[in-house]
Design a protein around this ligand. Structure first.
Ligand SMILES: [Zn+2]
Length: 247
């Protein structure tokens, strides 16, 4: 041992960072557990530094974290303080997408996760279907048909699948269906290339998908969740097979 060890600045920073993460978590819990409304002030900087018992530097780091996560943001000036903000699902989707790309999620893993979620969505959508839900589904099909008519093959992954997920009335399913559908579309873009994404081959694929969508919607509208699931499974398998063949 070489006598007294000075704390390394790097280590101190890591410690502060951890503490800041902890405080950010406490802030999040305080907002959720106390049902604090969006737009209300959680407290001034001075109040909150005292409440959480940390240094100003650590508190400010925690604020940066909650601001980044769109939980709350610091409003300066008199009457200001840490204000509760509304989380944007787009930010969450984007972060999840960045993460999954970073860990190099495979198409196969993506496919399995997407299948599980979409089948769950179909069952719930068929179960909870209302008249307005039927209208929403039929509108989505009509828009899709119009786009294909105009020669647009892109955007397949985000329309009908999202609508079905929304009808399932489960925010967790909706969020992750969108993340996975978007990632799947990223794969398509990379493998097929964006410039000719509206080419004839892709339009054929879009027409085929549209037919599958019509059949899926028909099953949901008939309240037959298992038939809808069967058709969704076939549809997702067909898309996967198409991409395999093309890759
Ligand atoms: Zn589809």
């Amino acid at each position: 041992m070489t006598g007294e060890q000075k704390p390394k600045p790097g280590r101190a920073r890591t410690g502060n960072r951890r503490l800041a993460e902890k405080v950010a978590e406490l802030i999040e819990n305080d907002i959720i557990e106390n049902g604090v409304q969006i737009g209300s002030v959680l407290g001034s900087e001075t109040d909150l530094i005292e409440r959480y018992g940390v240094s100003r530097a650590v508190f400010r780091e925690a604020v940066r974290l909650v601001e980044h996560q769109q939980i709350a943001s610091m409003r300066p000036g008199p009457g200001g303080g840490l204000v509760v903000t509304e989380p944007d699902p787009g930010v969450v989707r984007n972060a999840a997408r960045v993460y999954l790309r970073h860990v190099a999620v495979s198409r196969q893993n993506l496919f399995e996760a997407r299948m599980a979620l979409e089948l769950a969505a179909i069952a719930a959508a068929a179960d909870k279907l209302t008249e307005s839900g039927i209208t929403v589904l039929k509108d989505a099909l009509r828009v899709e048909a119009e786009l294909i008519e105009q020669g647009v093959a892109r955007g397949h992954a985000r329309n009908l699948h999202r609508v079905i997920a929304e009808l399932a009335g489960n925010a967790a399913i909706t969020l992750f269906v969108e993340v996975l559908a978007q990632l799947d579309e990223d794969f398509v873009q990379r493998e097929w290339g964006a410039p000719e994404a509206d080419g004839e081959g892709h339009l054929d694929a879009a027409r085929e998908s549209h037919e599958a969508h019509e059949a899926i919607v028909a099953a949901i509208v008939a309240g037959d969740g298992s038939l809808g699931q069967y058709r969704m499974r076939r549809h997702l398998q067909a898309i996967a097979a198409l991409l395999e063949q093309d890759a």
